[in-house]
Design a protein. Structure first.
Length: 279
């Protein structure tokens, strides 16, 4: 099924990458010669997605928005100095793709991965399958293909939902949300389990295609969830778990590419080595 819309949440402080994220937005950290978020946008474009909602912070200046806007002053500078061939390098928007920049509203200082999705769905009245892709990691395919495009092929009608996953060594499962999968269908998510309690070594990489019914569940969760003393954020995995408990199916597909996480320093260094071809 052709997916037309995507939501990419990139708001947040990027605390794992302090102090550099005091001045550089996490999603703008460079992977090769491009910012991290641009690899996520590129994957959307390859999947034929034509409308992308990028959720940013309420700040006077957004580096991400600035990156995707045309800079006439820079173009004129390059042309005036005989460097007109570099104008194409400064063109970062995508032809045929509309980028919406939505400023996430404060909700009791509790954000998490579900709230930006809920706000976009409410603000724009979205009622169709949507790709939901967190903006600090991506699946890299050296052959130029798209795992999001492959994931969309699992969607037969608008009631279907699906998610991407990848394998990690068993000794690393305590760092991730681990998936329990039966015949390609999600049956549980276990957050950072002990190695001996992990149902698999498949991790959730926060790349989804969500049906309208799952999106509605995300909105309802954010608007009605009663926070307990240990809850800190609106986690998108909570309504996903509620969805499968209600008998709904979510397909799980392992990626073909390499999972690259730019949110941690170690992951960011590895991602750059992969892009530069040194690993």
């Amino acid at each position: 099924m052709q997916i037309k819309k995507a939501i990419i949440p990139v708001a947040g402080w990027g605390t794992r990458r302090l102090p550099i994220t005091k001045t550089i937005e996490k999603a703008m950290l460079p992977i090769g010669n491009r910012p991290l978020v641009d690899y996520v946008v590129e994957d959307c474009v390859k999947a034929g997605i034509s409308e992308i909602y990028i959720v940013i912070d309420e700040k006077p200046f957004s580096q991400i928005k600035n990156y995707y806007e045309e800079n006439a002053q820079l173009n004129n500078y390059l042309i005036a100095r005989g460097k007109g061939d570099r104008v194409a390098l400064a063109k970062t928007d995508r032809e045929g793709v509309t980028l919406h920049f939505y400023c996430q509203k404060n909700v009791d200082s509790r954000y998490g991965s579900a709230e930006p999705v809920a706000q976009v769905v409410e603000e724009f009245g979205i009622n169709e399958p949507v790709a939901v892709l967190m903006g600090d990691d991506f699946s890299y395919n050296a052959d130029g293909s798209s795992d999001i495009a492959r994931l969309a092929e699992l969607i037969n009608d608008e009631n279907d939902s699906a998610m991407l996953a990848t394998e990690v060594p068993m000794e690393a499962v305590e760092k991730y949300g681990i998936l329990k999968v039966d015949d390609g269908i999600l049956s549980g998510i276990y957050e950072k389990p002990k190695r001996e309690e992990a149902p698999s070594n498949l991790i959730n990489i926060s790349k989804y295609i969500m049906s309208p019914s799952l999106l509605k569940r995300v909105v309802n969760y954010c608007r009605s969830h009663d926070f307990g003393p240990k809850d800190q954020e609106y986690l998108i995995t909570d309504p996903i778990i509620d969805h499968i408990k209600a008998g709904e199916k979510i397909h799980v597909m392992p990626i073909r590419g390499e999972y690259l996480d730019g949110g941690s320093l170690e992951g960011w260094l590895h991602a750059n080595n992969v892009i530069f071809g040194t690993k």
